[in-house]
Design a protein around this ligand. Structure first.
Ligand code: SF4
Length: 322
């Protein structure tokens, strides 16, 4: 369990596990003993290839999935045990922005009613105050007030994601899980949405868990970054340390795949090629989860799972090389 002595911890994730029974005695270990903290006001990036468990981790942190084991402590309270009003109060503080702006908006509702969904559930505003709040949220996300009476199909992908952001923020949450919020958008729109999220974070004092597989965008938005692989946390450090001095062989391979804008450097740069696909997380083999694809793998890597430990100040790695 990594130590973090920061006074401003919002969420502590301790030894979190989320397993799914997939029949015939097989168990899919989507999140397997993951620990980290999220500090108030920061953006924590969570990255890894598809199927690494990052989305399941984000949804378990929000309580959308019950944990198989471990704890999610939000301002000192374990959210796993919350029921009734306490659970409803937590859902007001912690919201999610979904990956797919096409699927996440109800096509039969007006944009105004979509934005006010949470407001209505929590009984926050009625009548003119409700309308004022809808207009305020449309302004915040760069849309117009006349958009309130329109339907989702009348908007582009980027605009729909702005509506999804307005819906999440309308109930004045503290913490947002941004679950691949830009993956389904055109590259030209992605930076606009990321910059909007950064602006809103500053204006509203938000804390983000930003889940993505695009490492370059995660670098742009994150204060600290965790790298997941097959349900395990492989490396965790400040964004600067992780990108300047990646220690884990998997992180090194992921970073080497990002193109460098300078054509001269790009031409001569050595890339680390990741061989093969991510293995199945169903009934994983013992040892390091990355061993099947790691060029440094030695005997112990196939037998013992490496501990997740601090190898430099606030830089944690799970690898037998350290
Ligand atoms: Fe590679 Fe072994 Fe480190 Fe895993 S523990 S990343 S297999 S060197």
């Amino acid at each position: 369990m990594p130590e973090d002595n920061s006074k401003d911890i919002l969420i502590e994730v301790k030894n979190l596990k989320k397993y799914f029974n997939v029949g015939a005695g097989a168990v899919l270990k989507a999140v397997d003993d993951v620990s980290f903290v999220i500090r108030k006001g920061e953006t924590l990036g969570l990255v890894g290839e598809s199927g690494c468990g990052k989305t399941t981790c984000g949804r378990t942190v929000l309580g959308l999935y019950g944990a198989t084991d471990g704890h999610v402590i939000y301002e000192g309270v374990d959210i796993q045990g919350l029921k009734g009003k306490a659970k409803k109060d937590f859902t007001k503080k912690a919201q999610i922005i979904f990956q797919d702006p096409y699927a996440s908006l109800n096509p039969r509702m007006t944009v105004g009613d979509i934005i006010a969904e949470g407001i209505d559930i929590h009984g926050m505003y009625r009548g003119a105050a409700r309308t004022k709040k809808i207009y305020e949220m449309l302004d915040h996300v760069g849309l117009n007030r006349e958009h309130a009476s329109r339907f989702p199909h009348e908007f582009s992908g980027g605009q729909r994601q702005r509506i999804g952001i307005a819906r999440a923020l309308a109930i004045e949450p503290e913490f947002i899980v941004c679950d691949e919020p830009i993956s389904a958008l055109d590259v030209s729109i992605q930076a606009q949405i990321v910059n909007l999220l950064i602006k809103l974070q500053k204006e509203m004092g938000l804390t983000y868990l930003f889940i993505a597989h695009d490492l370059s965008m995660v670098k742009h938005i994150s204060d600290r970054v965790g790298v997941m692989y097959l349900g395990n946390m492989m490396e965790f450090a400040s964004s600067h340390d992780l990108y300047e001095k990646p220690l884990h062989p998997y992180t090194q391979a992921l970073l080497s795949a990002i193109p460098v804008p300078d054509p001269e450097i790009e031409k001569n740069r050595e890339r680390i090629k990741l061989e093969g696909e991510v293995p199945s997380p169903i009934n994983p083999k013992p040892g390091c989860r990355f061993s099947a694809r790691c060029k440094y793998a030695k005997q112990i890597c196939f037998q013992e799972r490496p501990q997740f430990k601090e190898v430099e100040k606030q830089h944690f790695v799970s690898c037998h090389l350290f």
